[in-house]
Design a protein around this ligand. Structure first.
Ligand code: ADP
Length: 262
């Protein structure tokens, strides 16, 4: 159902000629609804750990007042919950910062392969903890492309971290760089591939939506917020790039970032 606002204005005095201006309101309504959904989701995600913390405070002041073992356990849980809230707030702030300045600083350039190396170094301890080896399939030399270093760091950090967490069972993650093209325009394509359970076809178009998680339980266990890929998509749009996702369920997933080479 599409709704139009119709307004009429006269062209030429007394000519009787009217121009009708149709404004598509369905798009505005869709955006309003998305914003309302987003606020509802974000509030719910923040409320859940808060309710748990509040419950444990109650227990600690009441029945568990003199139980040292229970106290330690409950304090640990409360600390985990505050960590979860902090991660969520960090991601929400990232999204809002990206929305406030929708364009990149003109002329900024980044060493892509250097950034990828830094991401891999940062995530090697996490990979090790998960029994994953990260393999590099790109040259040692710097590769300069247009882009913001901090933002692209965040993109690759999210993708490699997801591959190490959700693709953990595959035991390895491969990060590769290849030349590509978007129509006639040359691109640099970075693929992060894992060999874990992969993603069923019906979920692929939806994993970049805010708060979309295939398995909320496993996302939570992996300290996920459900916002990582939404942030990735946002940053890539600003870079005139895009994300493509391929997966053969049971064999792994491949996330490819296509970025303009010049
Ligand atoms: P989260 O914070 O939950 O990790 P993301 O936006 O980063 O949120 O990812 C959304 C969901 O996509 C995840 O909860 C997970 O279900 C799925 N996902 C992401 N990466 C992978 C992957 N490499 N393999 C399988 N599933 C994945």
């Amino acid at each position: 159902e599409r709704l139009y606002r119709v307004s009429a204005s006269t062209v030429g005095h007394g000519s009787g000629l009217y121009v009708l201006i149709f404004k598509d309101q369905s798009e505005a309504r869709r955006i309003d609804r998305m914003r309302a959904d987003f606020i509802a989701n974000a509030s719910h995600e923040l409320r859940t750990p808060l309710a748990s913390i509040s419950g444990f405070i109650e227990t600690l002041r009441g029945p568990a007042r003199n139980d040292a073992a229970a106290r330690d356990k409950f304090l640990q849980i409360m600390q985990n919950q505050t960590g979860r809230m902090a991660r969520l707030i960090d991601d929400l702030l990232s999204l809002s910062r990206l929305e406030m300045k929708p364009y990149l600083r003109p002329g900024s350039r980044v060493d892509l392969t250097g950034t990828l190396k830094a991401v891999i170094d940062t995530l090697t301890p996490l990979a090790k903890d998960n029994g994953v080896v990260i393999e590099r399939e790109f040259p040692d030399e710097p590769t300069e492309i247009p882009g913001d270093r901090d933002e692209l760091f965040q993109v690759f950090e999210n993708l490699v971290e997801n591959a190490c967490k959700y693709g953990q069972s595959g035991g390895r993650v491969v990060v590769s760089v290849t030349p590509g093209h978007d129509g006639p325009e040359p691109t640099v394509d970075v693929t992060v591939r894992d060999f874990g359970p992969g993603i069923a076809e019906e979920h692929i178009p939806r994993v970049t939506e805010r708060f979309y998680r295939i398995d909320a339980e496993s996302s939570r266990a992996q300290k996920g917020t459900g916002l990582g890929l939404a942030i990735v998509k946002h940053i890539l749009t600003r870079h005139h790039g895009r994300l493509s996702i391929a997966s053969e369920p049971g064999k792994g997933a491949a996330f490819t970032v296509h970025l303009p080479a010049n």
